[in-house]
Design a protein around this ligand. Sequence first.
Ligand SMILES: *Cc1c(COP(=O)(O)O)cnc(C)c1O
Length: 354
Amino acid sequence: MAPEAALLPRLREVLYSGQISEGPPVTEFEQRFGAFVGQPHMLSFYSGTAALHTALLLARAGPGDEVISTAMTAEPTNLAIVHAGARVVWADVDPRNGNLAAAAIAEKITPRTRAIMVVHYGGIPASMAAIRAVAERHGVALIEDAAHALGARYAGLPIGSQSEYTMYSLQAIKHLTTVDGGMLACRNPDDLPRGRRLRWFGMDRAAPRTEVDVAEAGYKYHMNNVNATIGLVQLEYIRPVIARHVANGKYYDAALRGIPGIELCAWDAAAEPSYWFYTVLAERRDELARRLTKLGIGNSLVHKRNDRHSVFAASRCELPGLDRFYDAMLHIPCGWWVGDAEREYIADALRQGW
Ligand SMILES: *Cc1c(COP(=O)(O)O)cnc(C)c1O
């Protein structure tokens, strides 16, 4: 959270303003967030999951359609596809970083493919040049789940400024939090009016309530002024937060290189990760995890591969790249709360072996 002295007066003002639902602070937050990520066409939501669901509806992905996605992610990425009524089709990941591989996506394209859902896992940008080429060749929309990738860049541009749709989560543990919230960057401004209706019961909030016609069932997905005000203040303090994630990540990139039994993730030369967490690929991973826990070092798999959930049973298929990544991955802390002494302690622990 931003410093109390900056946040609390503005929060108090909005809480007692008599206007706590969606109003001017929400619009201002959309504008400022859009400026930060380089995509002015921005829609806010009460969660990232709501933003993803709406992106799928805007892409017209519904019953009878397929959406190609990754199993190496948080569940909401793929549950949103189920909520939209489309079928999840797994493509395999690059075992060097857990991100969808362009060639694996190409193999899964069918006449029913409506969208490709790309996650930048842990903040490492996926190979967007190759993935975009596949999407364009087949005329399929790209949806980026950038929940881990605020501040990441690809080919010199912020993640989210190029695809048809990009979702950012502002949930409690993401780089920037509004307690809960989600943003959807839309490349085409023509998507905005329907997106706004979908997030508020199917109605245009600007029109008199008794004169609007609900033609399409929308949702109760909008962001409120309280969360938007938190977001406006958070944005003023976000650069050093992201910078510390990146500095810690780069420290590990150098300090952990060449340690026997550890392979570091690899990515495109054009990619600049946001290092939401730091992933090592370890031999005898579970033993390393136990050793780190014993030394008081946080470590975890964070996510269960989604293809092992029974809700996605109908999508099961061979994913050898994911098998390799999932059996070796271990995530260690690299966020803003990790100081110089802590990161050195963590690197030393890994150097000592397990
Ligand atoms: C956090 C997260 C989401 C969902 O965000 P919410 O804001 O919690 O709804 C989606 N995808 C990934 C990869 C996430 O980590």
